[in-house]
Design a protein around this ligand. Structure first.
Ligand code: GLA
Length: 379
């Protein structure tokens, strides 16, 4: 069989891996604040084919036309411009190298994806995990799922320069069919919660790619750190921002913007805990209320929503069959997710898009329904 890899390299790959993208279910911007978060691994993501190469180079190609990259392994450094997409892979290689991987040969890799990029569905974490797993197989490394997730996050923090938490990589590593991944980010503990039966996820992409996402994300990250620093200076003894109480935040009289950011994080952390209970009881009314409250908190307190995301969530909120909806991921554009009863189908989804388009002429959201899938794996 001709694979994409053999088309580019002229020989067959020795391993093929897949890692899923994710929906952030609830727990917005809690991960790097030591809070709880829940996400769902999608049944779509990134596939990497790889093989050991004789030379000491790392070569990377994709099915989707990104600039091919070839790097001498002795000279690993972040790439710029059209080659910057490779940094997620090079970053993971560099983390594994620091962990003691001493390559005596190179590696060839080919990437393909069925995940929209820039939609807040973590195509970058999926690339890190699929590439990381492929490297482990090619170099004979045994890494736990948690260590693979940590390697992806470290690559993103240190090599790409994005100060993300562990949500995306954790969900891509620990995803499970028909289940929601719950992460205690302070302890880096990963567990799964069963999905109540007869529910479905839908993703509505606003098609709004915000090119300031990374700098706005970094700004929010810095605001949270500053809020926690001031809270500690005011005598707060909590070990992280997420576990401060709303009352303590009010009492500390933080600057107004920082108080809003802190209340969002604390509220989200508590909503994840409440969500665990609601899921266990199958209490769909409460699940819906928590999702709506999460979006409102993003909109009003963390200010990481947009007019288009608000419009989608509002339309979804009054559509039959929808349990709840909210923005998913970092925010500032990208996609909204809806949790629905399984009676909600293509027809209702098209109606939602029609109403959105009536408000934003010429902008039709891309939609897909998703089921919870398994995490990173060799295929
Ligand atoms: C992005 C980051 C995650 C997380 C979310 C917001 O997806 O990569 O680490 O912070 O935003 O919850």
């Amino acid at each position: 069989m001709t694979t994409d890899f053999s088309f580019f390299y002229g020989y067959a790959p020795s391993v093929k891996t897949f890692a899923p993208g994710r929906i952030e279910f609830i727990g917005n911007h809690t991960d790097y604040n030591g809070g709880m978060v829940m996400g769902v691994a999608l049944d779509r993501g990134v596939t990497v084919e790889a093989a050991p190469a004789e030379k000491s180079h790392l070569r990377l190609t994709t099915t989707h036309g990104e600039t091919p990259v070839e790097i001498d392994l002795a000279k690993l450094a972040p790439q710029k411009g059209s080659r910057a997409w490779a940094n997620y892979v090079l970053g993971v290689f560099s983390v594994l190298k620091d962990k003691g991987l001493v390559p005596d040969h190179g590696i060839d890799m080919h990437v393909s994806s069925n995940l929209p990029t820039g939609a807040g569905l973590s195509s970058s974490a999926a690339l890190e995990l699929a590439a990381g797993l492929a490297m482990c197989k090619v170099y004979g490394l045994e890494l736990s799922r948690a260590d693979l997730a940590r390697a992806g996050r470290k690559a993103e923090n240190e090599f790409v320069g994005m100060p993300c938490g562990i949500l995306d990589q954790g969900v891509s590593a620990f995803g499970k069919k028909d289940a929601i991944v719950r992460i205690d980010c302070a302890r880096e503990e990963f567990s799964v919660v069963a999905m109540p039966a007869h529910l479905a996820f839908w993703v509505f992409n606003t098609m709004e790619k915000h090119n300031l996402v990374e700098s706005l994300y970094a700004t929010r990250h810095a605001e949270c750190s500053e809020a926690f620093r001031l809270l500690k200076a005011a005598g707060c003894t909590a070990e992280n921002l997420a576990s401060v109480s709303p009352e303590e935040i009010r009492a500390a009289k933080l600057p107004a913007v920082l108080e809003k950011r802190a209340q969002h994080v604390v509220g989200e952390h508590r909503r994840v805990i409440a969500m665990s209970a609601a899921l266990a009881k199958g209490d769909t009314a409460q699940i819906g209320r928590l999702l709506t409250a999460s979006h409102e908190s993003s909109r009003d307190l963390f200010e990481n929503s947009t007019g288009k995301l608000d419009a989608l969530v509002e339309i979804l909120g009054r559509t039959e069959g929808v349990i709840g909806a909210r923005l998913t991921g970092g925010g500032f554009g990208g996609a909204a997710m809806a949790l629905t009863f399984s009676s909600f189908g293509e027809e209702q989804a098209a109606k939602v898009c029609g109403q959105f388009e009536a408000r934003y002429p010429g902008v039709r959201p891309a939609v897909f329904s998703a089921s919870a899938g398994d995490g990173a794996r060799v295929i």
